[in-house]
Design a protein around this ligand. Structure first.
Ligand code: GRG
Length: 300
């Protein structure tokens, strides 16, 4: 099997796995309040690359933590991600009609239901981490995992990055400013996806945890650079969301600041650095290596 094929197999298997795990953890559509639960299921199920859950399972593979232990953390990071997408698409934020190839939550339902669906998915993420019976860890580990996800999601993480983004409209962000925004907005949750598994692994040596954290930080930034590149070079159908919005909204991006060629080079350098971090982990880190490459090779 060539390495690309084995990555594709790994991704397919994890995507199927996490779809079932998400389905099982979401409230049934027929459960009161039905419309809210339908909206949560509509936005969560049947779409997206599932990059953050993939990182959870791939880190588990590298550290010898079994997938069934990790279904809860994989769902928790995806629930936070989906909540952020629902809220980001609202008229008060990015005002988008299309997400994952279908109408955004507030278009398919209404603004108020979309706000509630995002709120409830966020709460569900923490419920799953705090409660999931298959997550075989000590109470201390569980608390550390809840704390990690809370920090990554809140005003010092993802929401803080969105805050910087909102403040930056119509202003010139320089490269450090742009980086500070994306390290929080996109990077924090990607980093948490890897860190949650390091926390779930008993007796992990500090050096390995640090290398994994550096890997995650590099791919998080590379992911955002590629996102900016695709906003210029791809099309709405392939992306499953409206293409070209960064330029229309006059958003600071890596291609705008650095030029397209330098933006691609920077993304490539970050992936090289990420791959370097994984070298001491050996063959078990193959999927993490593959996901790093996938991040800059993806088309959507
Ligand atoms: C509004 C609470 C709140 C937070 C907003 C992360 C974020 C902060 C908003 C998401 C909007 C966005 C388009 C961010 C840019 C990068 C990004 C996270 C893209 C979407 O992630 P993918 O490509 O999406 O992993 P899929 O659909 O594949 O899961």
């Amino acid at each position: 099997m060539n390495p690309e094929q084995s990555l594709q197999d790994f991704m397919n298997a994890c995507q199927v796995r996490v779809e079932a795990a998400l389905d099982a953890r979401l409230p049934a559509a027929a459960k009161l309040p039905e419309r809210l639960h339908q909206a949560m299921r509509y936005s969560t199920l049947g779409g997206g690359k599932r990059l953050r859950p993939l990182l959870v399972y791939a880190t588990g593979q590298a550290l010898g933590v079994a997938p069934d232990v990790l279904d809860g953390p994989a769902c928790a990071v995806e629930f936070i991600h989906v909540y952020s997408l629902i809220h980001d698409d609202l008229p008060a934020m990015d005002n988008d009609d299309l997400r994952r190839g279908k109408p955004t939550c507030h278009k398919a339902f209404d603004d108020a239901t979309a706000i509630l669906a995002g709120d409830a998915l966020q709460a569900l993420a923490f419920h799953v981490l705090a409660h999931d019976p298959a997550l075989a860890v000590t109470a201390e580990q569980r608390i550390a995992m809840v704390e990690t996800l809370a920090m990554a999601s809140g005003s010092l993480g993802m929401v803080g990055g969105q805050g910087i983004d909102l403040d930056s409209v119509g202003k010139e962000l320089d490269l450090p400013g742009l980086e500070a925004m994306h390290i929080r907005k996109t990077g924090a949750l990607i980093r948490a996806s890897v860190r949650l598994v390091a926390l779930a692994r008993f007796g992990l040596e500090e050096g390995t945890a640090e290398r994994l954290d550096r890997y995650a930080k590099c791919i998080g930034l590379a992911f955002q650079i590629q996102d900016d590149i695709l906003d210029v070079e791809s099309d709405t159908q392939t992306l499953g969301k409206t293409q070209g919005k960064d330029q229309v909204n006059d958003k600071p991006t890596y291609p705008a600041l650095l030029g397209m060629a330098a933006a691609k080079e920077k993304a490539g350098d970050l992936i090289d650095e990420a791959l370097d971090c994984l070298k001491p982990l050996g063959a078990g880190a193959e999927s993490l290596c593959g996901l790093a490459r996938f991040i800059v090779q993806r088309h959507s």
